[in-house]
Design a protein around this ligand. Structure first.
Ligand SMILES: [Zn+2]
Length: 97
């Protein structure tokens, strides 16, 4: 069922591309607290310490996958925004970036 790649190098590369994609998505996004426009991505936790959430594709309760989160912090006020990795990773895998 899982389509996770076990190769850590591939995982790092895919995650790097997710970060690039998220940066593009954030063009024009302003911090909801201070209206800042600069964000830094927080380090991904160790695999054993990661919180994984169920992500539902569309409204189909069967089409669900575990996903880690991608977290960014506003460099001015520190507000944290989180994104489910799954939709971004799916686009990276599909070459749709
Ligand atoms: Zn801010």
């Amino acid at each position: 069922m899982s389509t996770e790649v076990s190769d850590p190098q591939q995982r790092l590369e895919d995650r790097r591309r997710v970060s690039e994609l998220l940066k593009k998505e954030l063009q024009g996004f302003r911090c909801l607290v201070c209206k800042g426009i600069e964000f830094v991505e927080l380090d991904e936790p160790e695999p054993g310490l990661q919180a994984n959430f169920m992500y539902y594709e569309g409204n189909d309760p069967v089409a669900r996958k575990r996903t880690p989160l991608v977290a960014i912090a506003c460099t001015h006020c520190g507000r944290i925004e989180q994104f489910a990795e799954q939709p971004l990773m799916a686009r990276v895998k599909a070459g749709n970036i």
